[in-house]
Design a binder for this molecule. Structure first.
Ligand SMILES: Cc1cc2nc3c(=O)[nH]c(=O)nc-3n(C[C@H](O)[C@H](O)[C@H](O)COP(=O)(O)O)c2cc1C
Length: 227
């Protein structure tokens, strides 16, 4: 399977979230060979979308000549697109958002009603693409935190999406927390294997992965003791 990972963390290799994503990819590799490319959003030369809509009228060519042309080709050539990013102000970090905005050339201006909402009609064939969001965050709570990013991902990719939100994610880069992060990463590897084999992750496994690793109050006390 061809997998493109858009790493939205400005910390690149040192990303807490990427620890989870790497474990997931390891699990996928246990099920079979995978062709993986991890692209750090912060290192890409991607201009902001100017909102001119030229790309939606002219068959898909943006006015900007930058790295986005290659990224779009790679997206269309992939089977799985993974957005791996930390929650920033309840959404995705700006460099990754800039890339997502610039996927506009994949759609035409025409809109169609699908169910009870409108979508743009594609002007490229990305029907085989599936989408996975892996999102870490600094707070211990999932509720009143991940909802905007989750809602955005579902609206962006209404079909074929899987979402993995991981609270308390700075612990993945803390050696002292290995006693709780290692078992959690083991579950993530299991999820990766399941996803590669069946195209989905059991709801109970996903629920376990997305739950806090240590009680919220304990996590907050540890963080506050270092402030
Ligand atoms: C600008 C900024 C905004 C953040 N916003 C949130 C937030 O809304 N909710 C949250 O739980 N954590 C928030 N965090 C914390 C990060 O999500 C957290 O540190 C995460 O572990 C970083 O992951 P990374 O190492 O993959 O970049 C924010 C951090 C930064 C720098």
């Amino acid at each position: 399977m061809k997998i493109l990972v858009l790493n939205g963390s400005p910390k690149k290799e040192r990303s807490d979230t990427l620890c989870v994503t790497r474990a997931f990819l390891d699990g996928m590799r246990e099920a079979g060979e995978q062709q993986v490319h991890i692209l750090d959003a912060i290192d890409q030369h991607v201009e902001y979308c100017t909102g001119c809509f030229a790309c939606m009228h002219n068959g898909g060519t943006c006015i900007h000549e930058d790295d986005m042309r290659g990224i779009l080709e790679e997206i269309l050539d992939s089977d799985l697109l993974i957005l791996s990013f930390p929650l920033y102000c309840y959404g995705m970090p700006a460099p990754l958002k800039a890339i997502i905005d610039r996927t506009l050339p994949l759609s035409s201006m025409a809109m169609q009603k699908v169910g009870d909402r409108y979508e743009h009609v594609g002007q490229a064939d990305f029907s085989r693409l599936r989408y996975l969001m892996i999102c870490g965050c600094g707070f211990p709570n999932s509720r009143h935190n991940f909802e905007p990013a989750v809602a955005q991902f579902k609206l962006l990719f209404p079909a074929g999406h899987t979402i993995m939100t991981v609270p308390e994610s700075p612990m993945f880069n803390a050696a002292a927390a290995a006693i709780v992060t290692e078992p959690r990463l083991q579950l993530v590897r299991q999820a990766g294997r399941q996803y590669a084999e069946k195209g989905e992750i059991e709801a109970s496994l996903l629920a376990e992965i997305t739950s806090p690793m240590i009680p919220e109050e304990q996590y907050a006390a540890i963080v506050n003791s270092g402030v």
